[in-house]
Design a binder for this molecule. Structure first.
Ligand SMILES: Cc1cc2nc3c(=O)[nH]c(=O)nc-3n(C[C@H](O)[C@H](O)[C@H](O)COP(=O)(O)O)c2cc1C
Length: 167
């Protein structure tokens, strides 16, 4: 695992998002990962940042509320389809997804949250801000298409502490 430049690796993240990437959190001793398809990368507060969007219904949401760290791990293109599907449909309330999918937690010095060793690229993030969606501000079209069940997203802004690539 080697440290790499944040900006040099954003294309890989963006290209993989439609198929999904992994968002990993740790609350106490419990680790959980879920598939995400939404993320924004860029620069804010003069820092490299990643924004992830987590709906209230997710177990990950409950865990995110209890921690100030998260990791986004990106598989190599076209692989880990089964794992992305499992982690995108099953909840950490019911399954130990690391165990079920044979994912290997890989710890780095600067975070309590593990990277997923089987993935190619990793963003280690410190939660610096969060924002709940204000339903009255969502456009009418999107309210009907995306939020008919009122399961809104919470936006978590992570300062990217380090970016890693598998050797
Ligand atoms: C391709 C894909 C992308 C997804 N993107 C998101 C996302 O960006 N935000 C979200 O809240 N859920 C997203 N989901 C759904 C969660 O991954 C799913 O509900 C998961 O089971 C939640 O796990 P948890 O309860 O352990 O947190 C996505 C699912 C798939 C298959």
């Amino acid at each position: 695992m080697e440290k790499v430049d944040f900006n040099d690796n954003l294309n890989k993240l963006t290209q993989q998002l439609p198929q999904g990437v992994f968002l990993t959190v740790k609350d106490g001793e419990k680790i959980n990962t879920m598939t995400i398809g939404w993320a924004l990368s860029g620069r804010i507060w003069n820092e490299n940042c990643l924004l992830v969007a987590v709906r209230y219904s997710r177990h990950t949401y409950e865990m995110m509320e209890n921690t100030d760290e998260f990791v986004v791990s990106v598989p190599k293109e076209g692989v880990m389809k089964k794992e992305l599907s499992f982690c995108g449909t099953k909840s950490g309330r019911d399954f130990d997804k690391f165990n079920e999918c044979n994912l290997t937690p890989f710890y780095v010095d600067e975070s309590n949250v593990p990277l997923i060793k089987e993935c190619d690229l990793h963003f280690v993030c410190k939660k610096v801000y969060q924002q709940s969606m204000e339903p009255s501000l969502i456009g009418a079209d999107f309210i009907h298409k995306k939020y008919c069940d009122k399961d809104y997203h919470v936006m978590y802004y992570g300062q990217v502490i380090s970016t890693y690539k598998n050797d």
